[in-house]
Design a protein around this ligand. Structure first.
Ligand code: HEM
Ligand code: NFK
Length: 491
């Protein structure tokens, strides 16, 4: 008996909103008992800038969670407390290594209820932190979106979260579509599988376009120096001033240091769903597919596969994490395409999905390059040219939280999730393209050419040899070498 195909509503997921809550996030908690939490977050920017937040929080009463009823209230409370917690930790000259009881006690309780860690996860700042401008219009459109809470009160910060929200909403219909494709593969309905894959590829293209809108209203300087420091976690944060992590005071006196990763889009269930459905495997950074499978063939214990992305599932809401696990048990598309590789339409549609997802990851690497890599280099040269006394406080936290020692004591640029970001992101991108069924598509995507300059030559070759529709699927356009992004990029 085959395992059942997951039913979205059993996991609190909707075909229209995907991993965003089907009931819009609450703009405030209905019970006035929580007015103080609401007031602090509504004034977070001012309280942080005027250095009053810590004092205000220290004087807060410890509020009970007994007044939270519907799940949307628990989600709102979680989001509020996460903003307060990260504002409290990172909003001073040096980070606070103790979270006081008014935050830690309710936050620990609410996190346990929602099955998420007590940190500002992707769910806290993106999934559960938006509102539509017009309630009767969809939230898959950036023009109709606004955030509920921010640390800085800036448009840049709102935009940074909202691009992800719009991607979640625009990507939502892919969930029922590809679950239907699994069912179609089970009954060998090749036309339906092909049609689903083609629609999936087109939607992925759309998501890439949305991703590139990050530049419109989120300035890299504002992001790196003013927004990103608040998103940091408490793991590997020695250089930023948290050598042991953070103590969540619960009043019992038995508190211990805790360490958590910061918020990161690796905690998005949508993108992990795409990998699962297409049969894409990710390996630990630095480890290659061949090495991993050789080890398995030789009967040795298989290496821990895609451990970082699996670890990040613990930062997703519990039901979403279980949905991914259950989908992985039934994902059959890759095998189905392998078996029917002689069917051109099917393989092109599948390869198109890979090409589009790879192109999405390329665009993302480009963004990371502009928003983190370039900025961190600038900050290093700034540090060399200014006296320590003149350096801006946030520069220190921004750069210190961005760089961490690796095993050999060398400093490496890190993502808020904790990855050695450049190698991690490039490997995730390459692991996407490597799987293409068609050898030409695989070669083009994986650039086994080391040329500097324009890639139009390859594009020409591609269209000459492969006039089957891949040009519609992200392989057409301008290809340029971008050293920051680590290779040939598609714009
Ligand atoms: C200024 C904007 C952004 C920056 C600077 C950025 C940065 C990063 C970094 C550094 C990582 C590495 C993991 C970590 O340690 O945190 C990462 C991972 C990731 N990011 Fe972003 N990100 C941005 C926006 C987005 C958006 C809007 C999406 C939309 C889906 C996204 C999707 C991902 C995904 C899926 C991963 C996991 C790696 C992969 O699957 O390829 N990011 N991001
Ligand atoms: N990993 C990113 C941060 C990041 O992408 C992120 C962090 C918290 C919430 C959402 C995020 N991503 C995109 O909107 C970084 O290292 O800066």
């Amino acid at each position: 008996m085959l395992p059942p195909i997951p039913v979205l509503r059993d996991y609190g997921i909707s075909p229209e909103y995907g991993f965003l809550p089907a009931q819009l996030p609450l703009e405030r908690l209905p019970d006035p008992y929580y007015n103080k939490w609401e007031a602090i977050v509504a004034n977070l920017q001012g309280l942080i800038l005027s250095k009053r937040l810590r004092g205000v929080v220290d004087r807060l009463p410890v509020l009970s969670t007994a007044g939270l009823e519907h799940d949307s209230e628990w989600r709102r409370a979680y989001s509020l407390l996460c903003f307060m917690a990260h504002g409290y930790i990172w909003g001073g000259n040096i980070p606070a290594e103790r979270l006081p009881p008014p935050i830690s006690i309710p936050l620990l309780h609410i996190s346990a209820y929602l099955e998420v860690p007590p940190v500002a996860t992707y769910a806290a700042v993106c999934l559960w932190n938006f509102k539509p401008l017009f309630a009767d219009e969809h939230v898959d459109n950036l023009e109709n979106l606004a955030t509920l809470a921010t640390f800085t009160g800036s448009i840049d910060e709102s935009w940074f979260y909202l691009v992800s929200v719009a991607i979640e909403a625009r990507g939502a219909p892919i969930l029922p579509l590809m679950l239907a494709a699994i069912q179609a593969a089970r009954i060998d309905d090749i036309d339906t599988v092909t049609a689903c894959l083609s629609t999936f590829a087109e939607r992925l293209d759309d998501l890439g376009t949305l991703l590139q809108r990050m530049h419109e209203s989120c300035d890299p300087h504002a992001f790196y120096y003013h927004i990103r420091p608040f998103l940091a976690g408490s793991k590997n944060m020695e250089d930023a001033g948290l050598p042991n992590g953070v103590i969540y005071e619960d009043g019992t006196g038995t508190e211990k240091y805790r360490q958590y990763s910061g918020g990161s889009n690796t905690q998005s269930s949508l993108i992990q769903f795409f990998d699962i459905i297409l049969g894409i495997e990710h390996f630990p950074t630095g480890e290659k597919r061949e090495i991993a499978s050789e080890t398995e063939q030789q009967g040795r214990a298989p290496p821990a596969k895609h451990n970082f992305l699996l670890e990040m599932r613990k930062y997703m809401p519990g039901a979403h994490r279980r949905f991914l696990e259950d989908t992985a048990l039934v994902a059959n598309i890759r095998d189905y395409v392998e078996v029917h590789r002689a069917n051109k339409e099917l393989t092109v549609a599948y390869d198109a999905c890979l090409a589009m997802l790879r192109a999405f990851r390329d665009k993302h690497i480009n963004i990371v390059s502009r928003y983190i890599i370039v900025k961190s280099r600038e900050s290093k040269s700034l540090a060399r040219s200014t006296s320590p006394a003149a350096a801006h406080r946030k520069v220190d936290i921004a750069s210190a939280s961005a760089m961490q020692n690796n095993a050999s004591g060398k400093k490496k640029l890190r993502g808020t999730g904790g990855t050695a970001l450049i190698s991690f992101l490039k490997q995730a991108r390459d692991e996407t393209g490597e799987l293409a069924i068609d050898s030409w598509a695989r070669r083009v995507m994986n650039r086994d050419f080391n040329t500097k300059g324009h890639g139009d030559f390859f594009l020409g070759k591609l269209e000459e040899q492969q006039p089957t529709g891949l040009d519609r699927c992200g392989l057409a356009g301008t290809w340029t070498m971008d050293d920051n992004a680590g290779g040939l990029c598609h714009y």
